[in-house]
Design a protein around this ligand. Structure first.
Ligand code: JHZ
Length: 389
């Protein structure tokens, strides 16, 4: 493994601070490339309980994701012809958004979610949820299922081999493992270095992923691509019995050639510091003109973007976010306060830095009035720019 991009020591992305509980805790963030398996990854691991016991991200916080998971449940139910006799196991089930959608199709569900606070939201919403990590010990207590889902989970897993072996263990022979992960080719192409944080230990391309699955006896057989989900996501379908790969999978694998390799990562790593400086310069220029700037959204990514670029309270008045769990807290390292959109509306800025850039379409449509009144957005990726549409 060779170190490719050293982002310094940065705070944990989702560890929002409360008044009086600020800490300077920061952890090294260095991206490595493995010449053996082509996996882009972190090597400095933060203990998982520090990151996942209490969580602030809720899947249901955006319409885009709720709609996405509603459609997900519908298409998979049809594809596998799931009935009331079938069980779906969702690993990292968060607030139960996906499982609720499966329940509406009459399918039996079980969520596995280590974050206590988030699991209890799912339970309160009628989604049976085990507050556990998914491992071989837990698998022994579970019955085999037709479908295991895990969305935005594989990147977070410290021991990928164990995790995938556990999936294989609970899956029936005719079952399917369906998962979503951000596609590293998109991260590199869009320069979205804020997707790199301690929670994300692996950055998958198709080659590295297929290899990891195969070691567990699972075969990547099909793929769907969602360019507007988390900046570019693929949904993989892995089977314990079939080895036949679909046309789309073969096409996408060919397309990925050169886009997720050592050289692509090298070019990205060289560009990142320059783009960070450019974004900071744009914002400082606006401040010099006397403009008021605030952040739009307080995603995990924002902690990385703001800390890495050196964008603090001298530049951003606040960040507005729809998630009640985040409001009243502060983005770690930079101390930018997170407020509700209602509060933001009482003191709108001249410019919003679009921290939740992956929802550009949804947000710009929602903020039509702000734009019509002369408000503008600074979009950080793929190149920092000021936009009004
Ligand atoms: P969003 C999440 O990262 C968490 P984050 C996780 N670690 C992961 O792996 C990645 O996804 C892939 C808010 N918002 O989805 C809601 C508004 O305020 O980009 C969210 O707090 N107004 C599992 O945290 C945040 O922005 C809006 O209109 O980077 C977006 O977070 C909308 C649309 C969103 O994920």
């Amino acid at each position: 493994m060779v170190p490719m991009l050293n982002m310094g020591s940065l705070p944990l992305a989702n560890r929002l601070e409360t008044l009086g509980s600020t800490s300077d805790k920061a952890y090294p963030l260095v991206v490595y490339y493995c010449h053996n398996c082509a996996l882009i990854q972190l090597a400095d691991l933060v203990p998982r309980n520090e990151m996942f016991t209490d969580y602030v991200y809720l899947t249901s916080a955006s319409k885009t994701m709720t709609d996405h998971f509603n459609r997900y449940a519908e298409t998979i139910t049809q594809r596998l012809d799931l009935t009331t006799k079938d069980n779906v196991l969702d690993v990292g089930s968060n607030d139960g958004t996906l499982l609720k959608a499966f329940q509406r199709h009459g399918v039996k569900v079980l969520g596995i979610e280590p974050a206590r606070n988030v699991a209890s939201i799912a339970e309160a919403g009628g989604v049976p949820t085990l507050t556990e990590y998914f491992d071989l010990k837990l698998a022994k207590t579970l019955q085999k299922v037709r479908l295991v889902t895990a969305n935005n989970i594989l990147s977070h897993v410290g021991n990928l081999r164990d995790f995938l072996a556990t999936v294989a263990q609970v899956l029936r022979h005719d079952g399917l493992f369906v998962f979503e992960v951000p596609w590293v080719a998109d991260v590199l192409r869009n320069h979205s270095f804020d997707m790199i944080y301690h929670e994300h230990l692996s950055y998958f391309g198709l080659r590295s992923l297929a290899r990891a699955l195969q070691e567990a006896g699972l075969f990547l057989v099909d793929l769907e691509y969602y360019p507007s989900i988390h900046g570019g996501t693929f949904r993989g379908f892995a089977s314990p019995s079939s080895k036949e790969s679909s046309f789309v999978l073969r096409e996408m694998s060919a397309r990925e050639e050169n886009e997720a390799d050592f050289w692509a990562l090298k070019e990205f790593s060289e560009r990142v510091p320059k783009l960070a400086q450019h974004l900071r310069d744009i914002l400082l220029g606006l401040k010099k003109e006397g403009k008021r700037i605030a952040g739009y959204g307080a995603p995990a990514k924002a902690t990385i973007l703001l800390n890495y670029c050196g964008i603090g309270r001298d530049i951003l008045d606040y960040a507005s976010d729809t998630t009640p769990l985040k409001q009243g807290k502060f983005i770690p390292g930079v101390g930018v306060p997170v407020v509700s959109p209602q509060l933001a509306q009482t003191k709108p800025p001249d410019y919003y830095l679009l921290l939740a850039w992956n929802f550009r379409e949804e947000i710009l449509a929602k903020e039509k009035e702000f734009i019509e009144r002369g408000g503008r957005f600074v979009v950080p990726f793929p190149y920092p720019e000021v936009v009004d549409s």
